[in-house]
Design a protein around this ligand. Structure first.
Ligand code: SAM
Length: 149
């Protein structure tokens, strides 16, 4: 498995950060995708990509009522295998040094990922979608209908 947490030349690590783990997020389930290695995982989801499973933990199934009226969802997840202490990092596509907040890199102080996903179906407590870009087993944080302007 590739080690994407190594530091590359020129990257800057924050000093004196508090221990992570002080926030009180509740994971509502796990995401099942075909990708077990970050090097194989797409950088951003493709609406025509493979079907992925959002497996909700009990009792969240009831919170899905009405979701099937929406074609497109915003999915929020916790990029749990990311390091969280980089201030400056190398941009994946060209290797240029950039501040963390100017990137959509998974390496960030609170590694929240979001994707706009196409709803394929709902089977009990499992939501089937296309358009994700996360590793198999990634914790699920939230689901919302896509925002309309
Ligand atoms: N679409 C989301 C966003 O923009 O907020 C995430 C984009 S991020 C660039 C996607 C990359 O994060 C993947 O290509 C993979 O390298 C990495 N990744 C995916 N799942 C991860 C996880 N659970 N922990 C750490 N890194 C992950």
């Amino acid at each position: 498995m590739s080690d994407m947490n190594e530091i590359r030349e020129g990257e800057v690590v924050a000093e004196g950060l508090p221990e992570p783990g002080d926030a009180a997020l509740v994971f509502i389930g796990r995401i099942r995708t075909p990708w077990t290695d970050r090097s194989a995982c797409p950088r951003q989801g493709d609406p025509d990509g493979p079907i992925c499973r959002l497996e909700l933990a009990p009792p969240w199934e009831r919170a899905l009522v009405g979701l099937d009226a929406h074609e497109t969802l915003e999915v929020f997840y916790w990029l749990h295998r990311s390091r969280r202490d980089l201030l400056v990092q190398r941009r994946k596509k060209d290797g240029l040094l950039r501040g963390t907040f100017s990137l959509r890199s998974p390496v960030r102080p609170n590694p929240i990922g979001t994707s706009i996903a196409r709803l394929v179906g709902i089977e009990g407590s499992v939501v089937l979608v296309r358009g994700l870009d996360c590793l198999d087993g990634t914790p699920l944080i939230d689901l919302k209908p896509e925002r309309r302007r």
